[in-house]
Write a protein that binds this ligand. Structure first.
Ligand code: ADP
Ligand code: MG
Length: 474
């Protein structure tokens, strides 16, 4: 986000707490100088405004900054005399900084990250970073992304309800919020409500409790798009499900958009009544899956750009290769490795990354190379097959590969070849030694161990071995 826009958003939040007038006076001509490594630096034009900020508003400003940019951990400030007279491009347009947002239908509630709409309906605030354009669809999530875009430009159309499901940390919330933001971008006056299923259930229970209030579904009549995240937590309370069923029908019949997410497809939501399951499956049901390796690399590149951090492409590839269960984790590793490298004043290396992965997640081993036991499907049967494959992969002659030449560009392929024969075909070290001109079994053992070690630190070898494995059909 650009600094001007960011500052306007933060000051808008602050203005709701301390009043617009104070903002106009105290924050006039101030700017965000930079925002790096979780530290935001702001500058004031005069000693007085700076002093005022330091005495009264440090905590509040930090809080408002975090509402817009949760990763900000602290704010530092300074005086820049020049700001008073120049037209600095990062200055906020204070006319845009609004206090109570009377023009809009939404009213922000301090600290709650929620907006209260007419009729007391509460919606969680959208994370401005979760847009559809910042989501990288890759090959695997193209359909989900396209469905979200379609809903964004034509809510209440054919993809209704839109139901996304898939494992944790794969981007469901991002897509749901992105779709909500897209609808708001295209139709500024639509009422888009986003909430988690727990929140939604609480609202229902509250409404049932207050018998005198209008029925729940009537309250939601003004909503144009209802987004409920993680409905696997919906619970099995019959009365809540009934209310939801009515609300769903009411909205659906009125051509309003409904968007839902869950960790599993509708039919597997065991606690839900059948009629709800079948409603949920009525529109578009798409699975969100783990993106492939190339897409994971693209996501990491994007994330490092966002964080303005430089990571060696080899290290990026290594992370992408090893962290594949969740994109949240993928991002987590990147941030952690970067933070560590800041502390130690060194660049992230493959070694530091594999440490970080190990620490963060004990159950998943850094992938050396995994060889499944069931090798029936393989395209290689004999040591000859493997030797052919490896020599053509490295563009070496067979006699070079099997011979005595001790050049690195030949030795490494030779060791890789031994390693593959050992692991895929399970031939003994002695036998492998014989294939390679009668070498001693300890030499073979040493070569295999060496490759095993290097797989942890050398991404080129990792890449070669994996490419070879792929060709073999593993
Ligand atoms: P879920 O709701 O499925 O558990 P989230 O939507 O919270 O997952 O995603 C976790 C993190 O991964 C978020 O920061 C999100 O922006 C990011 N993310 C996931 N998939 C992608 C993608 N394809 N492109 C960009 N960012 C992604
Ligand atoms: Mg989520």
């Amino acid at each position: 986000m650009n600094k001007k826009l960011l500052w306007e958003q933060i000051l808008s939040g602050l203005s709701k707490r301390i009043g617009r007038q104070n903002i106009l006076v105290l924050f006039k001509d101030s700017i965000i100088v930079e925002c790096e490594h979780q530290v935001m630096k702001v500058a004031f034009p005069t000693f007085m405004s700076h002093n005022y900020y330091k005495q009264k508003y440090t905590a509040l400003l930090l809080q408002c900054a975090q509402e817009v940019l949760p990763e900000v951990k602290s704010i530092v400030s300074e005086i820049q005399g020049g700001l008073k007279d120049n037209d600095h491009p990062d200055k906020a347009d204070l006319k845009l900084v609004d206090e109570d947002g009377e023009k809009r239908t939404h009213r922000k509630v301090p600290n709650k990250q929620e907006v209260i709409m007419e009729d007391g309906i509460r919606s969680k605030m959208f994370n401005p970073k979760y847009t559809l354009s910042s989501f990288i669809p890759g090959n695997d999530n193209r359909l989900a992304h396209a469905a979200c875009l379609a809903v964004g430009s034509k809510p209440g159309g054919i993809y209704n309800p839109l139901f996304l499901y898939g494992g944790v940390g794969l981007g469901k919330t991002h897509l749901l919020q992105g779709t909500g933001l897209e609808i708001l971008k295209n139709f500024a006056n639509k009422n888009v409500v986003y909430m988690t299923s727990e929140r939604f259930i609480n609202e229902i229970i509250e409404a049932i409790g207050k018998k005198h209030t209008r029925s729940f579904k009537d309250r939601y009549r003004k909503v144009d798009c209802l987004i409920v995240d993680d409905i696997q937590f919906f619970g099995n309370k019959a009365s809540s499900q009934q209310e939801f069923f009515h609300t769903f029908n009411e909205l659906y019949d009125a051509g309003k958009q409904i968007i839902l997410s869950s960790d599993r497809p509708p039919r597997e939501l065991d606690q839900l009544e059948d009629r709800l399951k079948s409603r949920f499956g009525m529109g578009m049901v798409v699975e969100v899956v783990v993106p492939d390796y190339e897409t994971r690399i693209a996501i990491l590149h994007k994330k490092s750009q966002e964080l303005q951090i430089l990571v060696d492409p080899e290290v990026v590839e290594f992370i992408a290769y090893n962290v594949k269960s969740s994109i949240r984790e993928l991002e987590g590793i990147l941030v952690k490795v970067y933070a560590e490298s800041q502390l130690t004043q060194s660049t992230p290396t493959i070694r530091s990354v594999s440490e970080a992965i190990r620490k963060l997640n004990h159950q998943h081993q850094v992938q050396d190379v995994h060889f499944p036991q069931d090798n029936k499907q393989l395209s290689v049967r004999t040591s000859e097959d493997v030797i052919d494959l490896v020599s053509s992969y490295y563009k070496l002659t067979k006699s070079d590969l099997l011979g005595e030449v001790r050049r690195k560009d030949i030795m490494v392929p030779r060791q890789v070849c031994m390693f593959l024969i050992r692991n895929i075909l399970d031939h003994s070290y002695e036998t492998i030694g014989e294939y390679f001109g009668g070498r001693n079994h300890t030499t073979v053992l040493h070569s295999c161990n060496k490759i095993l070690e290097q797989l942890k630190t050398d991404s080129r070898i990792l890449r070669d071995v994996n490419a070879l494995k792929k060709e073999i059909g593993l």
